[in-house]
Design a protein around this ligand. Structure first.
Ligand SMILES: C[S@@+](CC[C@H](N)C(=O)[O-])C[C@H]1O[C@@H](n2cnc3c(N)ncnc32)[C@H](O)[C@@H]1O
Length: 260
């Protein structure tokens, strides 16, 4: 029997999920960053800052980050801003439209970048690569840290993506993953449910002209494995010292694992 995958509330043949996900991000790419600010009331910045703090890029030695499903480069630019002159980032994403927005952001030298970073230097420090998280075009043991922010739930074969993240990390490297989760604060859970079911798709229609894509994004959060189950997937992929930490009442979870 043919394998299937969740695509929002629908069950689709596994081989079709990626194409449907690509349509979503092609549609939202230009307004993606604005929508993140609107939907989360700017909170996604704090969640990403917590991720960057955990990455902890050094100030005075070389450091190579791989940001998987890195989209418009938001996390990579923040890591570069936090690290030293030898911090480099590779943004890998399957969607050319999201990467195109990221390249523009990097060359426009967003205010989050160090004032010292000239355009030429930014090109040296950040690369945008179109690739599938399930088959990364990088050598084994080549990155100090690998991150995924709000990306893993979109990947059809999550186990393959985790195995690939493990493969490309150096020994001693850390994997960090931000993903939405289930709210576990009484009262807030119902508020969040109402907000995500009604307000987010309406915002999507208003700002992007696309309600369905935001319905998918909300539904895909609901279908994502619970933190314990995802932690188990990390262990299966080979990661050690696996942990997770809730943020904002459980709206978001920061998962961590090490290649030891
Ligand atoms: C919600 S966005 C997150 C973007 C970015 N990490 C951020 O936090 O702003 C999800 C991203 O996952 C990417 N994606 C989906 N499937 C992928 C895959 N198989 N391999 C690589 N990227 C993928 C999409 O193209 C999209 O850019």
């Amino acid at each position: 029997m043919e394998e299937t995958a969740h695509f929002g509330s629908r069950q689709v043949p596994l081989g079709q999920k990626q194409g449907l996900v690509d349509d979503v991000f092609r549609s939202v790419a230009r307004r993606y960053d604005l929508m993140n600010d609107l939907m989360s009331f700017g909170l996604h910045r704090a969640w990403k800052d917590a991720l960057v703090t955990a990455v902890n890029p050094p100030k005075s030695r070389p450091f190579a980050l791989l940001d998987i499903a890195g989209g418009t480069g938001d996390v990579a630019l923040r890591v570069i801003a936090a690290g030293g002159a030898e911090t480099r980032a590779t943004v890998c994403d399957i969607n050319a439209d999201m990467l195109a927005v990221g390249r523009e952001r990097a060359s426009a030298r967003s205010p989050s970048l160090p004032a010292s970073a000239s355009e030429g230097e930014m090109k040296r420090r950040i690369a945008f690569i179109e690739a599938n998280a399930e088959a990364l075009p990088f050598e084994a043991k080549s990155f100090d840290a690998a991150t995924v922010a709000f990306g893993i739930r979109n990947v059809p074969r999550i186990d393959r993506a985790l195995a690939e993240a493990f493969r490309v990390l150096k020994i001693g490297g850390r994997f960090l993953c931000l993903e939405f989760s289930a709210v576990d604060v009484p009262g807030l859970d119902r508020l969040y449910e109402t907000y995500s079911r009604n307000v987010i798709p309406a915002l999507g229609r208003w700002v992007v002209g696309d309600m369905e894509s935001y319905r998918y994004l909300v539904e895909s959060i609901r279908r994502f494995p619970k933190p314990q189950a995802f932690a188990e997937m990390l262990r299966k992929a080979g990661f050690a010292r696996v942990s997770f930490r809730p943020m904002s009442g459980g709206i978001v979870m920061l998962h961590s694992g090490w290649r030891l």
